[in-house]
Design a protein around this ligand. Structure first.
Ligand code: 13P
Ligand code: SF4
Length: 343
């Protein structure tokens, strides 16, 4: 009889033993998460990499997360992803060549603009940012890292997520005239630096469609139909949504919010559906956890138990995540600046 995917995964595990670590992001579906040694948000997963001693790191998440693992991995470690096409759409909105052109244009004006890239970006973008003295941030530390970057120069260029950037600007109480949503078509020369004399936060116009779909009317409907309910969302949501909520924060923060809410509460959660469903099952029946809207990340969903089994069986030859050495070195500068800032 044919073995199930779960049995095939168990078989490879038996053979490899402590030579293998399977990591999974919280947005992965349950069939994948149940095989993971480490489950976390993007910051937690990145933080765990430097301490891993295993030869193989199987990363169940989107490609930039596996690339970040490859950047932080030691020379003897091999990073794999069950589907090489699991690409974050937001990361794809900031091609490295355009980022480089824009930052060169900003620098040519004499203003010291420190680049800060959300971890949802390619290794090539992280390398550009690292080379220019900038850093990486995640949704968990975006506010602290923006503060750090503002201290390093005259202004910050935050990329690629405009929603996260504007939410941070709100938290830092940055006046409207000190923020500029960039038009990055072409080579960035259409940014009028004279008009931008006061700007302290340049914002790349990317976003996550999965979170951008959540709108103020969804929060209004939740509050109208469930008086007394709580609403928590991810900061990749629009600022006008975040402003209406009880809390906004990274995946970790959302998990904690649900843990800390009183028994009997109804909590609307605005983030990827796999996480919301898992939280709902975990807290039922004491707390009612409801998706603000059903929004799934198709790219996270490309990782399946079947592909995980296949990739584990072909570990030596397939699903390789590699970052060119020069690029990895520069990108690591940017990631290390985040890890060292301790934010
Ligand atoms: P976290 O940093 O909260 O894990 O989020 C990653 C992500 O891709 C959100 O869409
Ligand atoms: Fe990227 Fe959005 Fe998917 Fe997160 S949910 S991996 S930001 S596309």
């Amino acid at each position: 009889t044919e073995l199930s995917a779960a049995q095939r995964i168990a078989q490879v595990r038996d053979v490899l033993g402590s030579r293998l670590t399977i990591m999974a992001h919280h947005y992965q579906n349950d069939n994948v998460v149940r095989h993971a040694d480490v489950v976390g948000d993007s910051l937690e997963l990145a933080r765990r990499i430097p301490d891993l001693k295993t030869e193989f790191i199987m990363f169940c998440g989107v490609y930039f997360m596996a690339e970040t693992a490859a950047i932080l991995a030691r020379h003897f470690q091999k990073v794999r992803i069950p589907d090489l096409d699991a690409d974050c759409i937001m990361a794809a909105m900031a091609p490295a060549s355009r980022v480089r052109a824009l930052l060169a244009h900003l620098a040519s004006t004499g203003k010291r603009v420190v680049p800060l890239t959300y971890v949802n970006s390619s290794a090539a973008v992280k390398a550009v940012v690292g080379e220019l003295g900038g850093a990486v941030c995640t949704s968990a530390n975006a506010e602290a890292m923006t503060r750090w970057a503002l201290e390093q120069g005259d202004a910050v260029c935050f990329l690629p997520d405009k929603n996260l950037a504007m939410n941070v600007a709100d938290r830092l109480r940055l006046p409207e005239n000190e923020r500029l949503l960039l038009d990055v078509r072409g080579d960035g020369r259409n940014v009028d630096m004279k008009a931008a004399a006061n700007v302290r936060l340049f914002v790349w116009p990317g976003m996550c469609a999965i979170h951008h779909r959540m709108r103020p009317e969804h929060v209004e409907a939740a509050r109208r139909d469930h008086p007394g309910c709580l609403v928590v969302v991810h900061p990749e949501c629009r600022p006008e949504v975040v402003r209406m909520c009880d809390a906004a924060g990274s995946t970790r923060r959302i998990i904690e919010f649900c843990e800390q809410a009183p028994q009997g509460s109804t909590i609307f959660v605005g983030t990827e559906i796999n996480l919301v469903k898992r939280l709902a099952a975990l807290h039922a029946p004491g707390k009612r956890i409801v998706p603000l809207i059903e929004s799934a990340c198709e790219n996270m969903g490309k990782i399946t138990e079947e592909k995980l089994a296949f990739c584990l069986e072909k570990l030596l030859t397939s699903c390789k995540v590699s970052v060119p050495e020069d690029q990895a070195k520069l990108a690591k500068l940017a990631v290390d600046r985040m890890l060292e800032a301790g934010a």
